[in-house]
Design a protein around this ligand. Structure first.
Ligand code: GTP
Ligand code: SAM
Ligand code: SF4
Ligand code: SF4
Length: 326
């Protein structure tokens, strides 16, 4: 299915919960955000029905996100049910990795293809500070487990904040030489206030990487993904670096996705307040065709691009990242 700007939409990001065991300083306030009640959240049966219908209308790739997707009970049978849908070719997950070590094997067996794991610093103290209580060791164990069971390619997500140091970059340069991981740096998107200061720019990160005497970054092709990162490698590395630049060089022209929130709203764009209520239709007995129609309406509403950098169009967002899933 193509949208009004000739972009092919075949990817659905599903936020299975708004809950999270972290409180990352760039994602939500220290006190957290008001949680949805049990009734407000779609059941797995409801999610599955929507995914099944959309899979008959061109959706092939599903990403499970949150909040933190691994805190919601029943995620493993849910993945098994998605994997049983013939048209779905890629089921990935974005996770903070803290609960992954114990679940990786079962997730893989259920049909999860791969994981992207957030890891903003490798300094345990800074990690605890930025996640407001997270344990770095658990996330590192999660990454190891993902590699060990083949939830690959494993990609790491690092939001650029003032917490990132040269030691982090040195660690990541070493890490991509040791492991076939992709380490991605992401520009902070101001959709709520951040409790961290601005970090280095992508150009500064590239300069730092190039200064470690391990060769210079060279553009390379996408490594199995559907997303906006641009990838680079170093001469002897098993892995790669990726850069996600929603602000300095946005990628809206190739946007291929819509989103489904935990409380049953389709979102045409991450950085817009527009939503289409699918839950009410679902709970009022809507037919499969009616649900598909809401999907087409969502695609029709996809904006050409976000307006974050346009000073004439200030946008106040009513959802935080954790309520959308990134
Ligand atoms: N502006 C914008 N940012 C996005 C979009 N999709 C993902 N991101 C951001 O990119 C970062 C990484 O997202 P992930 O959830 O790991 O997914 P991805 O990079 O699209 O996934 P793959 O390339 O398929 O591995 C997060 O900070 C997301 O918020 C998008 O459509 N628009
Ligand atoms: C909202 S989280 C949900 C999934 C999971 N809890 C995790 O942290 O990976 C999805 C992604 O969005 C990123 N993210 C959160 N807030 C962001 C912001 N303000 N700007 C850019 N990326 C952000 C996170 O780093 C993470 O990689
Ligand atoms: S980025 Fe992910 S782990 Fe961190 S608070 Fe947001 S949802 Fe939770
Ligand atoms: S900001 Fe909106 S239009 Fe641009 S890539 Fe993200 S979701 Fe797509």
């Amino acid at each position: 299915m193509y949208d009004s700007y000739n972009r092919k939409i075949q990817y659905l990001r599903v936020s299975v919960t708004d809950r999270c065991n972290f409180r990352c300083a760039y994602c939500m306030p220290a006190q957290g955000v008001k949680m949805l009640s049990h009734d407000e959240i779609l059941s797995y049966e409801e999610f599955l029905r929507i995914i099944r219908i959309l899979s008959n209308h061109g959706v092939k790739k599903i990403r499970l996100t949150g909040g933190e997707p691994l805190v919601r009970k029943g995620i493993i049978p849910f993945i098994r049910d998605i994997a049983a849908l013939q048209a779905i070719t890629d089921i990935s997950m974005t996770t903070n990795g803290s609960l992954l070590a114990a679940m990786a094997e079962k997730l893989k067996a259920a049909g999860l293809t791969r994981v992207n794991i957030s890891l903003d610093t490798i300094n345990p103290k800074q990690f605890r500070q930025i996640t407001r209580g997270g344990d770095l060791a658990q996330t590192l164990q999660g990454i190891e487990a993902a590699l060990a069971v083949g939830l690959t390619p494993v990609k790491l997500n690092i939001v650029l904040t003032n917490m990132i140091t040269e030691q982090d970059i040195a660690y990541f340069v070493d890490f991509i030489h040791r492991e076939p991981v992709s380490v991605r740096f992401i520009e902070y998107m101001p959709i709520g206030e951040s409790a961290t200061g601005p970090g280095p720019s992508i150009e500064e990160i590239k300069t730092m990487i190039n200064s470690f005497g391990r060769g210079k970054l060279k553009p390379t092709i996408d490594i199995c993904g559907n997303g906006p990162a641009k990838y680079y490698d170093l001469p002897q590395a098993k892995g790669s670096f990726g850069f996600i630049t929603p602000i300095s060089e946005h990628f809206c022209g190739v946007c291929n996705r819509i989103r489904l929130t935990a409380d049953g709203k389709f979102k045409p764009c991450l950085l817009s307040n527009q939503e289409i209520d699918v839950k009410t239709a679902l709970r009022n007995g809507a037919s499969d065709d009616k649900i598909a129609e809401l999907f087409y309406q969502t695609i029709a509403k996809k904006p050409q691009g976000h307006t974050l950098t346009n000073p004439d169009e200030p946008t106040q967002f009513f959802r935080r990242m954790s309520q959308i899933g990134g």
